[in-house]
Design a protein around this ligand. Structure first.
Ligand code: SF4
Length: 344
């Protein structure tokens, strides 16, 4: 049983997996940041983090709290005074990298957070492990975990237990090993992700491998797909990853890869079906299959499925496992649209 920790209106450790990203506008650009944050919230971001580089940037936290309904996390490095001001501004969580702060400064922040019931995420990255730990282990999973638990202990000693931990590395293997070890050694909720994962194409693959493996092990309460790209891309990727693992809140589209038996333009059709499904916040299964070889099986397992029979015969429409109609090819999109709407 994981410890439950509340972050604003979200409870971590209770079995759900929540999507997170960071704002990528300057903290001084309050209007731009708000616009970006609202888009991210609309796209499915469930916890949003903002870097607060200086005390005067805390204005962004006030503004985000006023306009968003999702929890707001203040990301603090180097100056504990910023954390103290962010707490006053109503941040729902403070993210610290303890390697960057003196122990007495971390304690001061923890005391203020405790007074207001705000949790702290201790975010350890491979690049910020303490020197003594590095001398002992080098950069490895054990070092990440030792660093995280050492910082957690510092907070526990002053009676602060609303802790969330993360131990990210840019290596997928090291990230997986570190989280597996940490999961065994503590019961705090874990924020998981592969850090500095790269640009969209490789970053999504690294995140899918790392975050996906951990979620399959039942490890992880919040996720971030870190991409060198727009934050909306991080949200889309995180949403798709959860859907791929059966943990999502959006439609899953099952489609055959096509082969020499395909008589219909399945690639184009699936693209259109994806457009139909975009924006739906319900975990429906929609199957689009090219022929009778694997088609009926997959279509039958979906909420709505279409399996082509080959030639000019159009497709067979399945609803919840039952054949409900034969549909000519030119009517398929229209029929699928109606069927999807009927399930909302
Ligand atoms: S379902 Fe049929 S058309 Fe699609 S890949 Fe399989 S065999 Fe080929």
């Amino acid at each position: 049983m994981r410890k439950k920790v509340k972050v604003g209106n979200v409870t971590l450790g209770g079995g759900g997996v929540y999507i997170q990203t960071m704002l990528k506008k300057s903290a001084r650009d309050i209007e731009g940041s708000i616009k970006q944050a609202l888009e991210l919230q609309e796209a499915g971001c469930e916890i949003i983090r903002a870097a607060v580089p200086e005390v005067r940037d805390v204005g962004l936290i006030y503004a985000l709290k006023e306009r968003l309904s999702i929890p707001v996390v203040a990301d603090i490095h180097f100056d504990h005074n910023i954390a103290l001001e962010a707490v006053k501004a109503g941040a729902d969580k403070i993210r610290l990298n303890p390697g960057n702060l003196e122990p007495d400064k971390i304690e001061a922040v923890a005391r203020e957070c405790k007074k207001r019931g705000i949790p702290i995420r201790i975010g350890i990255n491979a690049g910020s492990i303490e020197k003594e730990i590095l001398q002992k282990h080098g950069v490895c999973a054990e070092a990440l975990v030792e660093s995280a638990l050492r910082s957690a202990k510092l907070l526990e000693e002053i009676g602060f237990n609303d802790i969330i931990l993360s131990v990210k590395a840019s290596s997928v293997k090291m990230t997986i090993d570190a989280y597996r070890l940490l999961h065994k050694k503590c019961d705090y909720p874990l924020h998981i992700g592969v850090t500095e994962a790269g640009t969209k194409r490789i970053g999504i693959l690294k995140s899918a491998a790392g975050i996906g493996s951990l979620l399959c092990d039942g490890i992880g309460d919040t996720i971030r797909v870190s991409l060198t790209d727009e934050p909306l891309e991080e949200i889309y990727a995180a949403r798709d990853l959860l859907t791929a693992l059966g943990l999502g809140k959006t439609p899953e589209i099952i489609s055959c890869p096509t082969c020499g038996r395909t008589k219909t333009d399945i690639i184009k059709l699936v693209g259109e079906v994806e457009k139909l499904a975009a924006g739906i916040k319900k975990p429906l299964k929609i199957a689009v299959m090219g022929c009778v070889v694997n088609g009926p099986g997959e279509a039958r397992e979906a909420d709505i499925g279409i399996a082509f029979g080959g030639g000019d015969s159009g497709g067979v429409l399945f609803r919840k496992g039952e054949i409900v109609a034969k549909v000519s090819e030119d009517k398929i999109l229209e029929v699928l649209k109606k069927e999807i709407e009927g399930l909302l």
